[in-house]
Design a protein around this ligand. Structure first.
Ligand code: ATP
Ligand code: MG
Length: 437
């Protein structure tokens, strides 16, 4: 992409309305624009990041054996009357009346709709287990939308729903999602900590929230220091195998949010306990037959008797993650994208656009990188070098490749790693093989 042809409306000044760094940087980097409170347009740069996050979430869901569907955003109120949640949900639900005076709503979540799909199509235990997910916009009319996309009213969520014949099956489904979540967050460059969460009326240990540590997090969290070193990608996962031992291992260290944490019973000695704030990026939850019973989602079991299926739901805040990743990875100059979600892999800076030698060298690098399938943002604008550097630092592209008249005389370009600031002078060919290697 040539920057001169791109739509990247960056801001020089810090927007006054942004209280936290990720919101500030998303606005300054031209990633989002507010449409109204808690509702955002994703501009080209932000959209690229959102799609990369979504794709990693999708790959890990697919690997775990879940099937992707796409449910609508608008749902009929009648399904929610069946489950009893239409009144309960209160003011967070955006209620809509269509031209025929039918009560509709903009979905805040999809338990009812998915249970309706399930009961319509699945009649036998032989069709289980089943896990269906979608990645779709949700609307919750939050009292205090804030922090940009972190607590929006309209937000993008991956939500999966599992169906099993019995508790043992539901636990297997839960373990798969649990493992897939930790892999997902690790691939996004995040250290997410699974925390025992309130399991509601059903109780048990089948509710976990995944939090990343950040000073601006809304939850107070307590966990064993060991979690800071935790890397789930070190293990190879076989989803066909029993994941219970892995689940046990990955939950063996203590971690809890403040509503679960009790200093009196906390097993971790003070010097090994981390206390901080966290951002919830995902939640896995088992709720048994709560919806299947209320909505008549039963299957014929092996003995022919009808059984209300055991369900769980599993959410990831895809749009919130864009902000959460920035909270975890930035410096004074701007965003530092992990390679996996970076909007571009390489930012190519031409220090002297209009100079024939610089234009030729930068144009050649651009063409060769593009031919190799590398996503490059080429700053070909007629701008000061300082402004180009600041801009590339702000938008956080992981590699910067700098072509200038002085270096070219020695046959050199400069390669800079955004995360470390490390710079290398090398030939254009050497720079290319570094980037392609
Ligand atoms: P929170 O406690 O932050 O309000 P929640 O527990 O209500 O979230 P869930 O119903 O578990 O949220 O939704 C699954 C995921 O969706 C959350 O883990 C979070 O990452 C994301 N999410 C929830 N509400 C919002 C929101 N208002 N804006 C952006 N993302 C959200
Ligand atoms: Mg939650």
């Amino acid at each position: 992409m040539r920057l001169s042809h791109y739509f990247l409306p960056t801001l020089k000044e810090n927007p006054a309305e942004a209280q936290i760094v990720s919101h500030r940087l998303m606005l300054r980097a031209g990633m989002i624009k507010q449409a109204s409170a808690g509702i955002y347009t994703w501009l080209p740069l932000g959209f690229r990041v959102l799609k990369k996050i979504e794709q990693i979430v999708r790959e890990e869901q697919d690997a775990s054996g879940a099937h992707e569907v796409l449910m609508p955003t608008i749902q009929p109120a009648d399904l929610w009357r069946e489950s009893g949640r239409y009144e309960d949900y209160g003011k967070e639900m955006l209620r809509i009346t269509d031209r025929h005076q039918r009560d509709m709503l903009y979905g805040p979540t999809n338990e009812e709709l998915i249970t309706d799909i399930f009961r319509h199509h699945v009649k036998s235990y032989r069709d289980l287990p089943l896990n269906l997910y979608h990645i779709q916009w949700k609307f919750r009319d939050e009292v205090r939308p804030r922090f940009g996309v972190m607590r929006g009213r309209e937000f993008y969520m991956k939500d999966a729903y599992s169906f099993d014949l019995d508790y043992a099956g539901a636990k297997r489904a839960y373990n798969k999602m649990f493992v897939a979540y930790l892999r997902t967050f690790a691939r996004l460059g995040l250290t997410a900590i699974p925390m025992a969460a309130d399991a509601g009326p059903i109780g048990g240990d089948m509710s976990h929230e995944f939090l990343i540590l950040a000073d601006t997090g809304e939850s107070e969290v307590f966990c064993h220091r060991d979690y800071l070193e935790f890397d789930p990608l070190r293990e190879t996962v076989d989803y066909a195998a029993d994941l219970e031992p892995l689940f046990r291992r990955w939950t063996s260290a203590y971690a809890a949010t403040d509503d679960k944490h009790d200093p009196a019973t906390c097993p971790v000695p003070a010097e090994e306990l981390m206390e901080g704030r966290g951002i919830e990026v995902g939640h896995v939850f088992y709720f048994g037959d709560k919806y299947s019973k209320a909505m008549g989602a039963t299957v014929a079991g092996p003995d022919g008797a009808q059984v209300a299926v055991e369900m769980g739901s599993y959410g990831i805040g895809v749009s919130r993650l864009a902000g959460a990743i920035i909270e975890a990875a930035h410096d004074d100059a701007g965003i530092i994208w992990p390679d996996s979600v970076a909007p571009f892999a390489v930012g190519l800076i031409n220090l002297k656009s209009g100079d024939p030698a610089c234009d030729a060298a930068a144009g050649d690098l651009y063409a060769r990188l593009a031919a190799a399938g590398v996503e490059v943002l080429y700053d070909d604008r007629d701008e000061r070098a300082g402004a180009k550097f600041a801009n590339m630092d702000l938008i956080g592209v992981p590699w910067q490749l700098v072509v200038g008249p002085r270096g070219l005389k020695q046959g050199m370009v400069e390669l800079k790693r955004r995360a470390t600031g490390e710079r290398h002078e090398l030939s254009a060919d050497a720079a290319l093989s570094r980037l392609l290697g």
